[in-house]
Design a protein around this ligand. Structure first.
Ligand code: NAD
Ligand code: UPG
Length: 331
C-alpha cells in the first residue's frame, strides 16, 4: 500500500517524499503545481498533477484500497497574502481540506497527518508555547489551519479515523544530500531571503523591526530543519500504524534565534557580510515564537539530528547556490 502525499512537489512535501522513499515506502503525490515543481518529485514516486479539490482524481486514487495514509501538505502559506485574500485562503486551506478528509472517510483511509502551524497561537502569552496554550490566530492563514485541526478532531470522534496534526514552527534548511530544498520564487522566509541576498540575487535584506522586547530588539523564532520535520512525520505515521491516539504536537527545537543571530549565521556561511537595511516592524509579527516540544519527543520519540543553526543555514545556502542550475536542467 502507498502513502498519499498532497503538496509533495513543494518545499516540505518534497523532503517528506524523500524520507518516505528512503524508508522503503511506496509514495503517490497529488499536487496542482501552483507553487511546487514537477522536478522536485523524485521519479520513484508517482506524481498525479491535480488539485486536491478534484474529486474524480482523489476518488480515483483512494478507491481500491491502495492508499494507507494521507500526509497533507497542500495549501497556501503566505501570511500577508492571507490577509489580502482571506476567502482564497479559506478555500484552499480549509474547504479543500474538508473535502480531502471527507474523501478519506468515504474510502476508509484511517490515517491522516496534517501540516499545521505555530500561527494558530497568534501572539502567545508565554514562550516556549505549549500545545494547550490559547489558540488565537491573528491571520486568516492561522485561522484556516486551526479550522482544519478542528475538523480533524471532530471527524476522528465520529469516524474510524485517526490523525496527527503537527504545528510547525519556522521550517528552514535543505536536504543534507542536496536532493531538495526551498525553490519557491518570491519567497518571504527570512533564511531563504538572506541566502538569496548573500548570493547577490537580492540587493539587501530588510530587517523588520529592531525595537521588540527581546535581548537584541529583533524577533525570535524557532528554526527547525526540514529533514528533522520530515522525520517527525515518519514517526507520526508509525504511531498511527501502531494504533496510537490522535495527537496535536508542536514541531520545533525549543530554542529561539533572533533575526540578528540568523544574519550572523548567514554571514558565517557565506564568508562575507550581507547588506542589511533596518526598517519598521512587519504587521502581525509576534516578538517571540518558540516551541515547547516535549510532546513530539515523548510521544513519538523524536530526536532531531540537525539542530545547529549554522548547519541549517549552510544547507539552505548550498541549495540556493545550485538552484539556477537545477531549474535549467529541469526545463
Ligand atoms: N514553510 C513553513 O515554514 C511552514 C510553517 C508551518 C506550516 N507550513 C505548512 O506546510 C505545508 C507545506 O508548506 P511548504 O512550505 O512546503 O509550501 P509550498 O508552497 O512549497 O508547498 C505547497 C505545495 O502544495 C501544492 N498545492 C497548493 N494548493 C494545492 C491544491 N489545492 N491542490 C494540490 N496541490 C496544491 C503546491 O503546488 C505546492 O507544491 C503547508 O500546508 C504550510 O501551511 C509551512
Ligand atoms: O525579509 C525578512 C523576512 C523575515 N524577517 C523577520 O524574520 C522573522 C521570521 O519571518 P519569516 O521567515 O517570514 O517567518 P514567520 O513570519 O515567523 O512565519 C513562518 O513560520 C510560521 C510558523 O512559526 C509559519 O506558520 C509561516 O507559514 C511561516 O512563514 C520575523 O520576525 C520577520 O519579521 C525579516 O526581518 N526580514
Amino acid at each position: 500500500m502507498a502513502i498519499l502525499v498532497t503538496g509533495g512537489a513543494g518545499y516540505i512535501g518534497s523532503h517528506m517524499v524523500l524520507a518516505l522513499l528512503d524508508a522503503g515506502e511506496e509514495v503517490v503525490v497529488i499536487d496542482n503545481l501552483s507553487t511546487g515543481f514537477q522536478w522536485a518529485v523524485p521519479p520513484r514516486a508517482r506524481l498525479v498533477e491535480a488539485d486536491i479539490a478534484d474529486e474524480a482524481a482523489v476518488d480515483g486514487l483512494l478507491s481500491g484500497g491502495g492508499i494507507e495514509a494521507i500526509i497533507h501538505f497542500a495549501g497556501s502559506i503566505v501570511v500577508p497574502d492571507s490577509i489580502a485574500d482571506p476567502l482564497g485562503y479559506y478555500l484552499n486551506n480549509t474547504v479543500k481540506t474538508r473535502g480531502l478528509i471527507a474523501a478519506a472517510v468515504r474510502h476508509g483511509v484511517k490515517r491522516f497527518i496534517f501540516s499545521s502551524t505555530a500561527a494558530v497561537y497568534g501572539m502567545p502569552e508565554e514562550n516556549p508555547v505549549v500545545e494547550t496554550a490559547r489558540l488565537r490566530p491573528i491571520s486568516p492563514y492561522g485561522s484556516s489551519k486551526l479550522m482544519s485541526e478542528i475538523m480533524l478532531a471532530d471527524a476522528s470522534v465520529a469516524h474510524d479515523f485517526s490523525y496527527v496534526a503537527l504545528r510547525y514552527f519556522n521550517v528552514a534548511g535543505a536536504d543534507p544530500g542536496g536532493r531538495s530544498g526551498q525553490s519557491t520564487p518570491r519567497a518571504t522566509h527570512l533564511i531563504k531571503v538572506a541566502c538569496e541576498t548573500a548570493l547577490g540575487r537580492r540587493e539587501k535584506l530588510s530587517v523588520y523591526g529592531t525595537d521588540y522586547d527581546t535581548p537584541d530588539g529583533t524577533c525570535i523564532r524557532d528554526y527547525i530543519h526540514v529533514s528533522d520535520l520530515a522525520a517527525a512525520h515518519l514517526l507520526a505515521l508509525g504511531h498511527l500504524r501502531a494504533g496510537g491516539a490522535s495527537e496535536v504536537m508542536n514541531c520545533g527545537y525549543g530554542r529561539g534565534y533572533s533575526v540578528r543571530e540568523v544574519i550572523g549565521a548567514v554571514n558565517r556561511a557565506a564568508g562575507h557580510e550581507i547588506p542589511v537595511e533596518f526598517t519598521g516592524r512587519r504587521p502581525g509579527d509576534p516578538a517571540a515564537l518558540v516551541a515547547r516540544a516535549d510532546r513530539v519527543r515523548d510521544v513519538l520519540g523524536w530526536r532531531p539530528a540537525h539542530e545547529d543553526l549554522d548547519g541549517i543555514v549552510a544547507s539552505a545556502l548550498a541549495w540556493e547556490r545550485d538552484l539556477p542550475d537545477r531549474k535549467r536542467q529541469a526545463n
